[in-house]
Design a protein around this ligand. Structure first.
Ligand code: CA
Length: 218
């Protein structure tokens, strides 16, 4: 799911006239396309957009919940200054091994602190360590049923004016299936509804790729 609502021709036009994808990012995207869970990879124009957001924020410290093969952490790390840092949380050794190869090749391993453990525990530990309010940007793209927990933890950890980006919020269009019994679809619908009412953040839901919500901490 890379082009909700755009015709293939228009999507191609968009890519051909705006995508600036580094060779390593393209190679990683092509390698990941062979992966059994290839659908979990973010779209390249989404990666470029996130890099722009990171630059706009002047971000130095970022969080990533869900690494997979590392495209989003790579694109964010490349956009960060030399002393920037991504704390990247995942539990999958095999997919993050691919990620690490590309971080190495891109020379950004010093910027990415990969932590292989449940993100809820990692984020709780960061809060316990007194790091609340010290992050500029967070990207949530992991198991959908834990989105509310991840969101609360990230909201605690980012500074006022910091941004949380949440992926797959349109869930290939399944969010409009009101009678869906799929637990993940229900979880995303409930999450979107709750966030709509959440006065702690300024909000925008963009139909980029599979739906990307931006929530700025007030
Ligand atoms: Ca995703």
């Amino acid at each position: 799911m890379k082009d909700l609502g755009l015709s293939p021709e228009l999507y191609d036009y968009l890519l051909q006239n705006s995508l600036r994808e580094a060779d390593l990012l393209r190679q990683l995207r092509e390698e990941t396309a062979q992966h059994r869970a290839a659908v979990m990879q973010i779209a390249p124009e989404q990666g470029q957009f996130m890099a722009l957001l990171v630059q706009l924020l002047g971000a130095k410290r970022t969080l990533e919940i869900g690494v997979f093969t590392g495209y989003s952490s790579l694109v964010v790390a490349m956009a960060l200054p030399e002393d920037g840092q991504v704390i990247a949380c995942d539990v999958d050794k095999a997919s993050t091994a691919i990620a690490q190869q590309y971080w190495e090749a891109a020379g950004v391993t010093d910027k990415i602190d990969l932590r292989l453990a449940p993100a809820i525990d990692i984020l709780d530990q960061l809060i316990a360590d007194g790091q609340s309010g010290s992050f500029d940007f967070a990207f949530i793209d992991a198991d959908k049923r834990n989105y509310p927990r991840y969101f609360e933890q990230c909201l605690e950890l980012i500074r006022p004016g910091g941004l949380i980006a949440i992926d797959n919020v349109l869930w290939a269009g399944r969010v409009v299936e009101a009678d869906s019994e799929d637990k993940r679809t229900q979880a995303i619908r409930a999450f979107n509804q709750a966030l709509h009412q959440d006065e702690r953040v300024s909000l925008s839901l963009l139909p980029v790729a599979d739906g990307l919500t931006l929530a700025m901490k007030r």
